[in-house]
Design a protein around this ligand. Structure first.
Ligand SMILES: [Zn+2]
Ligand SMILES: [Zn+2]
Length: 320
């Protein structure tokens, strides 16, 4: 904002870089490298990634993960799409930091991760689908773009009695389902901690919506919804693990905490998180805002997060 230099993100350097004009292209001065903007920056201002000048793609690797984007003939969809892309980038950088794979072929999937940002008749009477739910199937993360509307999302959060509802939270939950198939090889160990993943899913969800969460869920689950089914419990905990890892990484980069390594000891990670999330909540209260992290990690939940930490470490260790 002060020097007015153009900045962008370089995936290969995993860093923000400063650009200077070089004819029709741009140059990353520090690397002596010519680059071009992703087409989604030039046309729509929703992407800040640069590609190597010789790259034959018009879109960057992050934008190429989109299978469906909203109808841009509708002006309100531009802002929705921009918010979705911001959340998606936060999600992906956290996954890359953990060395989790984004692309196929991987066990059980014919394709890697991709995204469908869809509308239903609540936001667009021209589409066929009456109701699109956010979800995951075979690597495809579907997000209803109405979730990018703050008013809609907050209304929905209050309606279903949630403490926290964000685009990033949705995405982190849904990728949890994707990585379950990839990284949980110890299904018996999973069952002992989370419950039987083969429990009838449709019936369990119906039950949850009809009767509400498991009584006393606060002791055994990170959220009410996590008590709906062991697969949902895993996805909720996986999202929390990503919240913790990414927030601590950011806090380290800004020197708010001394040091943190995603690959480090779990007890250390949790200790850092306990202290840091409490401080975050106090800071938010000082500003008159709601708690940034309105959750309690009980000993049972801690065990679930430890299982996720170990599953990621084991999987990544085998791949490297
Ligand atoms: Zn892009
Ligand atoms: Zn789910």
């Amino acid at each position: 904002m002060r020097c007015h230099k153009l900045v962008a993100y370089s995936v290969s350097a995993a860093a923000m870089v400063t650009l200077v004009a070089a004819g029709d292209a741009w140059e990353i001065k520090s690397q002596n490298k010519l680059v071009k903007h992703c087409a989604n920056r030039e046309g729509y201002d929703v992407c800040n990634i640069v590609l190597d000048i010789s790259d034959t793609h018009a879109l960057c690797s992050v934008c190429r993960l989109n299978r469906t984007i909203p109808d841009l003939a509708k002006p309100e969809n531009r802002l929705r799409w921009s918010k979705l892309e911001q959340a998606k980038r936060r999600l992906l950088i956290g996954l890359m930091d953990l060395h989790l794979p984004l692309e196929a072929p991987v066990r059980g999937y014919s394709r890697g991760l991709c995204f469908d940002f869809l509308e239903d008749q609540r936001s667009n009477s021209d589409v066929a689908q009456k109701f699109i739910t956010t979800g995951h199937r075979d690597g495809v993360i579907t997000i209803n773009i109405l979730e990018a509307d703050d008013v809609q999302r907050v209304w929905q959060r209050e309606h279903v009695g949630e403490r926290y509802r964000t685009l990033l939270g949705h995405m982190r939950h849904e990728v949890g389902h994707y990585y379950f198939e990839l990284i949980v090889s110890d299904r018996e160990g999973f069952g002992q901690i989370f419950g039987d993943v083969d429990t009838a899913y449709e019936k369990a969800l119906k039950n949850y919506y009809a009767r509400g969460p498991l009584p006393g869920w606060e002791q055994s689950h990170i959220s009410a919804y996590a008590s709906a089914h062991p697969a949902e419990d895993w996805a909720e905990c996986f999202a929390h693990y990503l919240h913790m890892a990414d927030t601590l990484e950011t806090a380290t980069a800004h020197r708010l905490i001394e040091q943190f390594s995603e690959q480090g000891d779990f007890e250390q990670l949790l200790l850092l998180w306990d202290r840091f999330s409490a401080s975050l909540n106090e800071v938010n209260r000082s500003l008159g805002l709601s708690d940034a992290y309105p959750f309690v990690i009980t000993p049972i939940v801690k065990n679930k997060l430890r299982f996720i930490h170990s599953a990621i470490a084991r999987y990544v260790g085998l791949q490297l």
